[in-house]
Design a protein around this ligand. Structure first.
Ligand SMILES: Nc1nc2c(c(=O)[nH]1)N[C@H]1C(S)=C(S)[C@@H](COP(=O)(O)O)O[C@H]1N2
Ligand SMILES: [Mo]
Length: 315
């Protein structure tokens, strides 16, 4: 399914060509299609498995994109955290193909004047799709540069007309014990949260694709959050509910280990995680570690959100 756009909106033809070629070259080199390499899981035969099929998306480029070298498509789609499908980095690519992402609905509810349920295809037409090349930094100490496709979460929130009492936004993700782990690795469904001003920040992206195509399942198809100045775990995958709340919502990682994962979880090289220093990171594909930047390098855009807050306390 191609996204139709009026002809006066510039297409991604020129700016995205390198990205498409990068991916195409990779696929050609590897001699595989998208779903290849997916192994059997829980004894479900290959033929019965829903396979992840990506579709091209028309995008416009974004001024927020970094010009840093992209992490290769293979690493972006095979080195993942999606604990519902296993805790090994390779597990999501192997197992998430079983998730059926069409049809899919996203419910936006809570303190909103016009709560709404979006069909995924209607969601894809809600706002112009942009290509946003963002740095992504996991609390485990690795980072990537990923060409996301999506639109600002603010466009969705404005559509439902948040009430003045809405101070936070909660994100709940798909959980199906038939295809996902039943082990209580975290509390399922996986939940995340943002303060309203963070959620409305123009950098906060509702992502529906990467490398010019719809999201592979392991990256959170069909819709996930991307908050580039926060650690990766804030970027909830495969979202089914967005709820506007007055009280700060509980989050999966904060519930699991409150000493290790706070509500804010801003990338901050000066505040160490109890088990891992956050001062440096390894960019996937590079050998030498590089220094981690305050707010993952987005300080100019987001530091003002936290003025007057003690970021050691609000980690
Ligand atoms: N539903 C869900 N979302 C999730 C996770 C998860 O386990 N389940 N892991 C988080 C973590 S720790 C990271 S680093 C990013 C990884 O996103 P990527 O695999 O697309 O790079 O997803 C986040 N979103
Ligand atoms: Mo992460």
């Amino acid at each position: 399914m191609l996204i139709k756009r009026p002809p006066d909106i510039p297409s991604s033809e020129i700016t995205s060509r390198n990205l498409f070629e990068n991916r195409r070259a990779f696929l050609a080199r590897a001699g595989v299609g998208l779903a290849a390499g997916a192994a059997l899981w829980h004894g479900v035969p290959e033929a019965a498995r829903a396979t992840s099929t990506s579709t091209a998306l028309a995008t416009t480029p974004s001024a927020f994109s970094t010009t840093e070298a992209l992490t290769d498509y293979k690493s972006v789609t095979t080195y993942n955290n999606f604990y519902e499908f296993g805790t090994d980095k390779a597990d999501p690519a192997r197992n998430a193909g079983r998730m059926v992402v069409r049809p899919w609905t996203l419910r936006v509810e809570g303190l909103a004047g016009r709560p709404r349920t979006f069909d995924i295809d209607a969601l894809l037409r809600l706002a112009p799709l942009e290509e946003r090349i963002y740095r992504m930094r996991c609390v485990e100490g690795w980072s990537m540069v990923i060409p996301w496709v999506g639109f600002p979460l603010a466009a969705l929130l404005k559509d439902v007309d948040p009430l003045g009492s809405a101070k936070y936004v909660e994100f709940l993700t798909h959980y199906d014990p038939e295809i996902m782990t039943r082990r209580p690795v975290l509390e399922w469904p996986y939940g995340e949260g943002l303060r309203m001003d963070e959620a409305l920040h123009p950098l906060t992206l509702l992502a529906v694709g990467l490398y010019g195509e719809t999201l592979p399942n392991q990256n959170g198809a069909p819709v996930r959050l991307v908050v580039p100045w926060k650690y990766g775990f804030k970027s909830a995958k495969s979202i089914v509910t967005i709820r506007l709340t007055e009280k700060q919502p509980a989050t999966a990682w904060n519930r699991a280990a409150p000493q290790e994962y706070g509500f804010y979880s801003n990338v901050n090289p000066e505040v160490s995680h109890p088990r891992w220093s956050q001062a440096t990171e390894r960019r996937i594909g590079e050998l030498r570690r590089r220094p981690t930047l305050m707010f993952n390098g987005y300080a100019d855009q987001v530091a003002s959100l936290y003025q007057g807050m003690d970021l050691r306390k609000h980690y």
